[in-house]
Ligand binder design. Structure first.
Ligand code: SME
Length: 162
């Protein structure tokens, strides 16, 4: 397959629009959770180049490390702990402009300065979270929240059908 997720578009919203348009066909016919999440991290990495992009999956009352792109990371996160555990517990996106200001932030890498975590929700239950880390402060804002929530909604509806 040709790599299609390299863009010269500088406007962030326009880049997300193009990315979502290009990426959705890649997840139309595949419903296997790990496979779809793995390709999602690869495509996001190519399109946006963030430092760390990955999923944590809800398993037996905790979050476990799922498919990701970037440095090795923590295996398990407890409910309501860190940014990921908070996104899970509250079932809402967490936008963190400075990780040092987030109480209980879990530092898998000392290079992470800002972060966004988006829950994947199916039938009212969080099934996984998308975690993206940046080496710069205040990388993520409402534009990222809107588009990443849209993307996670599309993914959830395909891989968590039952
Ligand atoms: N910072 C996250 C932990 C996961 S790593 O960033 C990959 C947190 O506080 O939940």
């Amino acid at each position: 397959m040709e790599p299609v997720f390299t863009y010269t578009i500088t406007d962030k919203a326009a880049r997300y629009e193009q990315f979502i348009t290009d990426f959705l066909p890649y997840i139309t016919d595949e419903h296997e959770e790990v496979s779809v999440l793995a390709n999602t991290t690869a495509a996001l990495r190519q399109a946006f180049g963030w430092f760390w992009i990955g999923f944590y999956l809800v398993r037996d009352g905790q979050l476990i490390l799922g498919p990701f792109q970037g440095d090795v990371a923590c295996y398990r996160i407890r409910h309501a702990r860190g940014v990921c555990g908070t996104a899970w517990a509250e079932a809402t996106t967490q936008v963190v402009p400075d990780v040092e200001q987030f109480p209980g932030h879990i530092a898998c890498s000392g290079s992470s300065r800002s972060e966004i975590v988006v829950p994947l929700i199916s039938k009212g239950e969080v099934r996984a979270v998308l975690d993206i880390d940046s080496e710069e402060l205040a990388t993520f804002d409402e534009v990222d929240r809107d588009y990443l929530e849209r993307l996670c909604g599309e993914i959830s509806s395909r891989i968590y059908m039952q």
